[in-house]
Design a protein. Structure first.
Length: 109
């Protein structure tokens, strides 16, 4: 599966997702500063899933029309120490996630 880490996600997450998946960052693709709608349009041709920490993206964009899946990681901060515990649930969600769907993965209390 081809995954894109939005610029809101630390690149430190990338090695934790590699192996079964091809993972790139928005910065690597030269897509820094792209607005969500534009990023979704660019990503749909090259990626299966966008991973973001932008909590507002479900309310701002029509994911179903973008033909790319979105995973929103919800943690205390965007730092790797807070995102790392979400990786097992993130990887499980990728097994069933389909284009046009959005999934929110939250830190457990």
């Amino acid at each position: 599966m081809r995954l894109l880490l939005d610029e809101s996600v630390t690149w430190d997450l990338r090695p934790l997702l590699m192996g079964e998946h091809e993972v790139a960052t928005a910065r690597y693709m030269g897509w820094n500063g792209k607005r969500n709608g534009e990023l979704l349009t660019l990503a749909r041709n090259e990626f299966d899933v966008i991973i973001t920490t932008d909590q507002n993206i479900p309310y701002q964009q029509h994911i179903t029309e973008a033909d790319v899946a979105v995973v929103v990681l919800a943690a205390k901060t965007n730092g790797i120490d807070d995102l790392r515990p979400l990786v097992p649930d993130l990887l499980k969600s990728l097994d069933v996630l389909k284009r046009g769907e959005i999934v929110r993965i939250e830190a457990r209390p």
